[in-house]
Design a protein around this ligand. Structure first.
Ligand SMILES: NC(=O)c1ccc[n+]([C@@H]2O[C@H](COP(=O)([O-])OP(=O)(O)OC[C@H]3O[C@@H](n4cnc5c(N)ncnc54)[C@H](O)[C@@H]3O)[C@@H](O)[C@H]2O)c1
Ligand SMILES: Nc1ncnc2c1ncn2[C@@H]1O[C@H](COP(=O)(O)OP(=O)(O)OP(=O)(O)O)[C@@H](O)[C@H]1O
Length: 294
């Protein structure tokens, strides 16, 4: 069994979870490869007797890996996606962060969950992504021109609204006068899009959602589309530039840049324990069903 491990940060209670994971993998005689910066942080903070192999970029990973563990919160999982990309390696999120909406394992249930996973007792939740192309081409967005949660355009360095001219499959839809516009996947529908009034979309639904950010056109509402839709955006406004975000990554683009957003040709496999489900996550993380009247 060949395992990749990635984390962004190390804080007071990381040690126990990292050691628990390494011990469980050692018991299974797994080959463990740790992202080089994370390995350096671990070595600075805790005694590790074994010399682990390390990787630094996507190019050093391949489909021979069986699992890819992300130790942190959702932000760390989003960064882990930039290593795994289209390799089809199942991602296992261990939540040592705050919300941990995307995580597979909550730290309190780590040992039991790890045993199930290493015994193959899990399923895969396949998640669609979005890709972005711009004209003129922006080197800033490449090579990570994809997003698991959402692609968004936002005003930059101004309190003035931007205008987001939006076409769906080359048919003019509308121009959003707003702080910005979110194009979200089902996975991202519980992230930024939800905070801006977007709907929750089951990850198995083949949809995307356009959610405007504080739209001034008061009749503007989130729009759910088939994920086969190709979107063309063109931003203008008082400032000469605007922000394009892909999950946690941002780029500054010039007004009038043509942005093409469509479904990515690859998916991300999020590992899911047998007794977990999206519905259960809604209850656990968004506290659905917690109404005292129930
Ligand atoms: N106002 C907002 O709600 C807002 C603003 C910016 C970004 N975000 C989200 O944060 C993501 C980046 O995560 P980060 O940790 O780097 O940023 P962060 O540190 O600002 O945390 C954003 C919060 O959103 C949660 N989150 C991220 N993806 C989620 C998802 N798919 N479903 C439910 N909650 C999710 C994270 O757990 C975290 O609590 C973006 O992709 C975007 O979806 C939300
Ligand atoms: N800029 C930072 N500097 C230091 N530690 C950070 C920083 N950002 C996040 N962390 C810590 O690193 C861990 C992983 O961060 P990550 O962004 O993945 O999770 P989070 O955003 O805190 O949690 P979640 O995304 O699940 O709400 C978290 O426990 C968090 O406390």
């Amino acid at each position: 069994m060949k395992i990749g491990i990635y984390g962004q940060f190390y804080h007071e209670n990381s040690e126990i979870y990292i050691q628990t994971l390494l011990d469980a993998l050692q018991k299974k005689e797994a080959e463990v490869v740790i992202e080089e910066n994370f390995l350096a942080i671990i070595n600075q903070n805790q005694e590790i007797t074994k010399n682990f192999s390390e990787f630094s970029t996507f190019t050093e990973l391949d489909s021979s890996f069986d699992l890819f563990f992300s130790i942190g919160g959702d932000g760390t999982i989003l960064k882990a996606v930039t290593f795994v990309r289209d390799l089809g390696i199942p991602i296992v999120g261990i939540n040592t962060g705050r919300l941990g909406f995307l995580a597979t394992i909550q730290k309190e249930e780590m040992t039991e969950s790890l045993n199930q996973i290493l015994d193959g007792e899990y399923s895969i939740s396949e998640r669609s992504l979005l890709t972005v192309e711009t004209f003129p081409k922006s080197e800033e967005i490449h090579p990570l021109n994809f997003a698991l949660n959402e692609v968004a355009v936002n005003r930059r360095n101004t309190t003035s609204m931007i205008k987001v001219e939006t076409l769906v499959n080359n048919n003019y839809l509308t121009s959003y006068w707003s702080d910005g516009l979110i194009v979200s996947t089902p996975t991202g529908s519980t992230g930024y899009s939800l905070s801006c009034g977007g709907p929750v979309i089951d990850p198995q639904a083949n949809n995307i959602v356009l959610t405007p950010i504080a739209p001034h056109n008061l009749n503007a509402r989130p729009l759910v589309l088939p994920d086969s839709s190709v979107l063309t955006l063109k931003v203008s406004g008082r400032e000469n530039t605007f922000l394009l975000s892909m999950d946690s990554r941002i780029a500054t683009l010039d007004n009038e840049t043509k942005i093409i957003i469509k479904k990515a040709p690859f998916t991300i496999q999020l590992l899911q324990l047998h007794d977990d489900s999206f519905i259960k996550t809604l209850r656990k993380k968004l506290l659905w069903g917690e109404d005292k009247r129930n």
